[in-house]
Design a protein around this ligand. Sequence first.
Ligand code: PMP
Length: 392
Amino acid sequence: RFATLARQPDDPLLRIIGQHAADPRADKIDLGVGVFRDEEGRTPVMTAVKKAEAILLETQSSKSYLGPEGDIGFVRALGDLVIGDTVARDRIVGLQTPGGTGALRLTAELLARSGVARIWIGSPSWANHAPLFRQAGVEPALIPCYDVNSQRFDLDGFLAGMDGAAAGDAVLLHGCCHNPIGIDPDAAGWSAIADRIAADGLIPVVDLAYQGLGDGFAIDALGARTILKTVPEALLAYSCDKNFGLYRERTGALFAVSPDAETGTIVLSNLLALARANWSMPPDHGAAIVRIILGDEALAREWREELETMRQRLASLRAMLAAAGTIGTVDLAAVAGGKGMFATLPLTPTQVQWLRDAHAIYMAGSGRINIAGFNTAAVARFHAALHDMAAQ
Ligand code: PMP
């Protein structure tokens, strides 16, 4: 049977990682893969995480199975932190998932089970969104709503695109720090989107994977909260992999808001059954770390401070990049208005390739750059490379 399979294309971003690793040029710059980096280019384990791991090593007395819901203490603490009392507690159910991706996968399967055939997604979006929903039987419908040239979110375009949606369709929203554009709706935009979703009877799916890396931890949840408090039914897919630096530990959660508590218990029973059939139970380590941090005032403070330092590093790199204004056809000033790890520059694939060949600057073919891949020297080199490109 295997002979019937068609070969799948390599992940283009993984290919870039390989090419970057093989490049012997000492001053090469990696703006490809989406992980946070410090000024030295490292992706360190956060100090609060190290301390929580030490506590876990001392205190964990068993590695026996938990259950498909994962670490309930983690889910509660995270739900309190992110959703708080935005929605009545008895309308919310949640479970731990393998990363934000696991949460999105369960979302997709729950939607499919609920008879939802379509999910509307602003385009461009994270490259995994469309295939993930499609594979679970929910067809993605793309709404072009980001203008790469001006690097603006086109709210009117997004709302107009939703004209095509029928009641019961789902809509995907990036909670903050849009990947790959870096531009989020403002407060008025979130309200308009929430009202529209409620009026049209759509089901919002909020993907919150970068809380704390945009305007600040509390502010970054405001869009998600605006949506959750406006609608009867919603899903919130959460990732701790960026804001706790846990990436490979695959730490996330899915929260579902239902019209009432009784519906919530039915939703949870479906989510648990789907989790059981997918991965049976999520990996424990990352969730245990987050639970320990959130349950310890001093550790929680330390984590928030480290996260804030990361956020400020991204903001100051954006300012440095933007200070050059427009170089050739590339408006870098717009980068200052973005949030989080990503921006997408108006570069053609040929220009992206040229920057790689001539200057050892690696980025996704779409022109997406990871802001955290820069340091002070790399920003100067990048500006010089763009000037060189403009002079060609
Ligand atoms: N949503 C978005 C927008 C992302 O960028 C990512 C990670 N790149 C995820 C979800 C998934 O996060 P995780 O690694 O926790 O699965």
